[in-house]
Ligand binder design. Structure first.
Ligand code: F6P
Length: 528
């Protein structure tokens, strides 16, 4: 579907460049990698546009702005930084974004710190982003805001008089009403989200959760439609709400995975670890990724199936992340203790090492070599918006002879459930059993499953994701958008099988929770 070629303004917490200090007042700026960047850069180049975000360092050095302006001149679109003070980094980024929204939206409420100062700073920083957006856009640009750091931006823009068309995509899950209602500012946040014209989620399940929250918190909202994009009407406003599962650049990954250098390193890994199957985990250091549970499952496998000892090794790559946050540091210690315990129990001097633990950032060649060398990938997050490691693994599996074990709580499970072995990451014995099944799976079955997975990722790549989102933003009639024919995941099919399809929304019965929420809505209006 063609979309009017309005200029595109992309807004995300971080700019698509990695900025670091290189001496007293010198800056190093290198392009970031990843699907989002590779998908959006061509669109920005085509339509012209701007990317607004935090450079990732707390500074107000004007020299950095000049460096970024020089980079902009060479990259085909403008880069506009939003600078944050150290207090803002603490209260907005580490605080509200990563110690409230991140754990809550990943169903880990016990890790939340609902500090009111965090919320105040979140609003102030979202206002700061809105000011930069206003200064660098026109009302007929399309402004596409990304992720949980910036849920208040539309509200700030509208308050400043903007009539621009605003889209928002949430990269992480959206929680159920029971969890969302725990947030002391849930009413304000849902109202703020409804100021966007289009809100996109990764899965039907996230969208269903959001719709239930809107029903409970914004009484009188009417929903209409079926299929990938619904329409919500509240007062004078009409909002589109859709599902757009994000993906990877399949062709680029496949091409790079086939490079001789990648093949050489993959072979080297097999030479170093001969006569055994390689099991691979690659994760950012994050408590949502379920790394300790996975290590427990691997230990359980070695206990219960002793004949697999010395015939399998787990390579666990952990990429440092959010290192300033205490919970992340604690997790690193837990993982290292568990790795030490497993190796201490099963390893013999000069012999087999059960767990190879790699802590650090990998370059693309090394990452792809791990993917290509791995016979089985273990992608077992406790909860994940999508999980692109699962899709990258499929795109890299060019021999089509490998197995993906995937958590049913990863957004990717909705698309990949037919080819992957789905597991509950909390079920230690179940995950161990899935590893055993993958270990003994026939070559024919491995190939059939991997072919199916690769077909799905190839068809639904990140470029289709961009196209679908923009089509939903501009289509005059959402009912004419292509229907979503993906199979439903287990978690999504539970409500489909109750007789209402994705677009239909079950009315919420009045409950004490619903009544309490309405009272909170009145209180919030008084306080605003
Ligand atoms: O998945 C959410 C996300 O914000 C990604 O966009 C990002 O790559 C990752 O988490 C790490 O985020 P950050 O280092 O910016 O906190």
């Amino acid at each position: 579907m063609s979309t009017p070629s309005r200029r595109l303004v992309v807004v995300s917490n971080r700019l698509p460049y990695i900025v670091s200090r290189n001496g007293e007042d010198r800056w190093q700026v290198v392009p970031g990698s990843g699907g989002l960047v590779s998908a959006l850069v061509p669109v920005l180049g085509q339509r012209g546009g701007t990317w607004i975000g935090w450079p990732g360092v707390a500074t107000d050095d004007e020299h950095l702005d000049h460096v970024l302006a020089d980079v902009s001149a060479g990259c085909g679109y403008a880069l506009k930084p939003v600078h944050l003070t150290p207090d803002e980094v603490h209260n907005f980024y580490q605080g509200f974004s990563n110690a409230v929204v991140w754990p809550l939206f990943h169903d880990l409420q016990s890790l939340c710190n609902f500090d009111p100062e965090y919320w105040r700073t979140y609003r102030a920083v979202n206002r700061k982003f809105a000011v930069t957006i206003r200064a660098n856009s026109e009302d007929d640009d399309f402004i596409w805001v990304h992720d949980y750091h910036l849920m208040n931006v539309a509200s700030e823009l509208r308050a400043a008089g903007s009539h621009a068309r605003l889209g928002f995509f949430l990269h992480i899950p959206f929680p159920s009403l029971d969890l969302f209602a725990k947030l002391p500012w849930c009413v304000q946040l849902i109202d703020a989200l409804l100021q966007f014209n289009l809100i996109g989620f990764q899965t039907l399940r996230d969208r269903r959760n959001f719709v239930q929250c809107v029903r409970a918190l914004v009484p009188g909202t009417e929903f209409e439609g079926k299929g990938p994009v619904l329409t919500a009407t509240t007062g004078e406003r009409t909002i589109r709400i859709g599902t757009f599962p994000i993906s990877v650049d399949f062709t680029a990954i496949e091409r790079q995975a086939a490079l001789p250098e990648v093949a050489r390193r993959a072979n080297e890994l097999h030479r170093l670890l001969p006569g055994r199957k390689l099991l691979l985990g690659v994760d950012r250091l994050d408590y949502t990724k379920g790394i300790p549970n996975r290590l427990d499952a691997f230990a359980d496998l070695l206990h219960r199936f002793p004949h697999l000892r010395e015939r399998i090794s787990l390579i666990q790559v952990v990429v440092p992340s959010r290192v300033e946050i205490r919970d992340y540091d604690d997790l690193k210690n837990t993982i290292e203790r568990l790795v030490g315990r497993i190796n201490g129990e099963f390893m013999r001097p000069g012999g087999w090492v059960p767990v190879w633990y790699v802590y650090g950032s990998l370059n693309t060649t090394d990452l792809l070599a791990y993917y290509r060398a791995a016979d089985i990938a273990l992608v077992t997050p406790l909860r994940d918006g999508m999980n692109l490691v699962a899709k990258e693994y499929c795109a890299s599996s060019i021999e089509e002879d490998s197995v993906l074990i995937l958590s049913e709580f990863a957004g990717a499970a909705a698309q990949l459930r037919r080819g992957a072995l789905l597991v509950n990451p909390y079920d230690v014995e179940g995950v161990a059993e899935a590893i055993r099944v993958a270990f003994t799976m026939s070559e024919d079955e491995r190939r059939a499953r991997m072919r199916r997975l690769r077909r799905s990722v190839r068809r639904n790549d990140v470029f289709l994701w961009v196209d679908n989102f923009l089509a939903a933003a501009f289509a005059s009639d959402v009912d004419r958008l292509p229907k979503d024919t993906r199979p439903l995941s287990i978690l999504e099919s539970d409500y489909a099988s109750h007789g209402f399809v994705s677009g239909d929304v079950e009315p919420e019965p009045a409950t004490p929770l619903a009544e309490g929420l309405i009272a909170r809505r009145h209180a919030a209006n008084l306080l605003n």
